[in-house]
Ligand binder design. Structure first.
Ligand SMILES: CC(C)(COP(=O)(O)OP(=O)(O)OC[C@H]1O[C@@H](n2cnc3c(N)ncnc32)[C@H](O)[C@@H]1OP(=O)(O)O)[C@@H](O)C(=O)NCCC(=O)NCCS
Length: 161
């Protein structure tokens, strides 16, 4: 009985792994729940089959609860998107995903990682700043929100050693 209980809990522990084209539909669903403009399943499938793109997912049992994806070029990478399903936020999943992803990027020879983030997106900014990203630029009016109008993007950078 104890073994069965232990196995049940172990099964729902978050697991980090590489994501691929077969995850397009579930990643599209998490993306749509997280951003004003979602990415279609087709767009995601194209990205996830692109050899310059690397993606990781976090799963609990059979449920994909978060993802991160980057495009790599010439020793640098740009994080294109990261999101955790709304009901699973605040449990350290994005931090775990980001750490895992950065370790993998470093292992693939990436020495600098960039990203753009809405200057009003406090959860994302905290996540990146606590992970060692620093602001290196701004793009005024980069994001267009239905209610707030145009909002600047901050460009962040982290060097990987
Ligand atoms: C940003 C996001 C990925 C964080 O996911 P998460 O799994 O809830 O984050 P974690 O629990 O791993 O928290 C990691 C850090 O992020 C920051 N953070 C997370 N949620 C936060 C919140 N609601 N308010 C302020 N900071 C927050 C904290 O610094 C936290 O570390 P701490 O708890 O040690 O302070 C999630 O809110 C999300 O999917 N948002 C919508 C999509 C998005 O905006 N993506 C980023 C685009 S650039």
């Amino acid at each position: 009985m104890m073994n069965m209980v232990t196995r049940l809990f172990a099964r729902s522990e978050p697991v980090l792994s590489e994501a691929g084209p077969r995850d397009s539909a579930t990643i599209a669903a998490v993306h749509a729940a997280s951003f004003q403009r979602g990415w279609s399943e087709d767009e995601l499938e194209r990205l996830l089959t692109d050899r310059s793109v690397i993606a990781h997912r976090v799963t609990a049992g059979r449920t994909l609860t978060g993802f991160i994806l980057s495009r790599m070029a010439a020793g640098e990478a740009e994080i294109l998107s990261v999101a955790v399903a709304p009901s699973r936020r605040g449990k350290g999943l994005a931090r775990a995903l980001l750490n895992h992803h950065l370790r993998r990027l470093a292992g693939l020879g990436t020495h600098a990682v960039f990203l753009e983030v809405d200057k009003d997106n406090a959860p994302a900014l905290n996540l990146y700043r606590r992970s060692g990203f620093r602001e290196v630029g701004q793009r005024p009016g980069y994001y267009q929100h239905d209610k707030k109008g145009a909002v600047a993007a901050l460009v962040l950078r982290r060097d990987l050693t």
